[in-house]
Design a protein around this ligand. Structure first.
Ligand SMILES: Nc1ncnc2c1ncn2[C@@H]1O[C@H](COP(=O)(O)OP(=O)(O)OP(=O)(O)O)[C@@H](O)[C@H]1O
Ligand SMILES: [Mg+2]
Length: 268
């Protein structure tokens, strides 16, 4: 049976309307008692022989070299490795941001790169939440407008309850009308997390989400990601240079020269 026929019509309607992953209610709370423990052991992501080269001839760089692994639903995975080892390249390929030179990425059974550009853009908005190191906020939009942008771009209605829930969880209630340049670095990063979580994506991909923050703010951001991982059963894949953050994950993958050199489960 294909992935498509296994899912109910209402699940598809919910997903089309709200961008809610399977097994999650409109408020984002798991409705099938599919708590974290039950979700583990269900594969959500599979990467097969992924290779990415940039440039041609003498300037060619092999950023990823035959990478394969899979991730279970609800897992909190840290990706570590030296600068230039291919971490961001990998994350972008997982999120449908760039196309691989060869190899495949499957998310919830869907062959991500079998889609044309239009479908890939919809996939990016609905299925994954991307958190960038340098926030990538729109300077002329306030906190609420930045957070709700992907929903509005998708032509959908903002789930006001979810928005308020997120603003409270992120400690941004008082700052809702502020522009990015009126916010601290930690607050800006929390806005970018809100934007990534607003669509309730099944998978959240974060590239050095604490790279520019002090240790107190860094721990706050990690706690938020862990809370979202546990509350909504979201799969979290987080690139970090910070060992104390990596050690809070369920599993650590180490990348070097475009290859996985270590893959270690540390809890769960
Ligand atoms: N658009 C691009 N064009 C050409 N080369 C690129 C491009 N993007 C990345 N690279 C190269 O690919 C390799 C991997 O880059 P990547 O950004 O994935 O590394 P990284 O592990 O995320 O590093 P950092 O920790 O510094 O962010 C590097 O050698 C980099 O110079
Ligand atoms: Mg990087």
């Amino acid at each position: 049976m294909t992935e498509v026929t296994k899912r109910t019509v209402s699940e598809y309607k919910n997903e089309a309307k709200y961008g809610i992953p399977q097994g999650t209610s409109e408020s984002g709370i798991c409705r099938n008692h599919c708590c974290r423990e039950e979700q583990i052991n269900m594969e959500i992501l599979r990467v097969e022989h992924l290779t990415k080269t940039y440039g041609k001839g003498q300037t060619e760089v092999m950023a990823l070299n035959d990478v394969s692994f899979s991730v279970e639903k609800g897992e909190f995975l840290a990706i570590i490795g030296p600068s230039g080892s291919g971490k961001s390249t990998l994350l972008h390929l997982l999120g449908g941001v760039d196309r691989p030179t060869s190899g495949k990425v499957f998310l919830d059974g869907l062959d991500v790169y079998s889609q044309d550009e239009d479908r890939l853009a919809i996939f990016r908005r609905r299925q994954v939440g991307l958190i960038y190191q340098f926030y990538n906020l729109i300077p002329v939009l306030d906190v609420v407008e930045n957070i709700t942008l992907p929903v509005l771009m998708d032509g959908r209605k903002v789930d006001k309850e979810r928005l308020e829930d997120l603003l409270t969880t992120l400690g941004l209630q008082e700052r809702r009308g502020n522009l990015p340049n009126q916010l601290s670095g930690g607050q800006q990063q929390r806005v970018s997390i809100g934007r990534a979580l607003m669509n309730a994506p099944g998978v959240v991909l974060a590239d050095e989400p604490t790279g520019n923050l002090d240790s107190k703010n860094s721990q706050e951001i990690v706690s938020l990601l862990k809370l979202s991982n546990q509350k909504y059963g979201q799969t979290m894949i987080v690139i970090t240079h910070d060992e104390s953050i990596a050690l809070q994950a369920d599993r650590i993958i180490a990348v070097e020269d475009g290859r996985i050199v270590r893959d270690e489960r540390i809890r769960g």
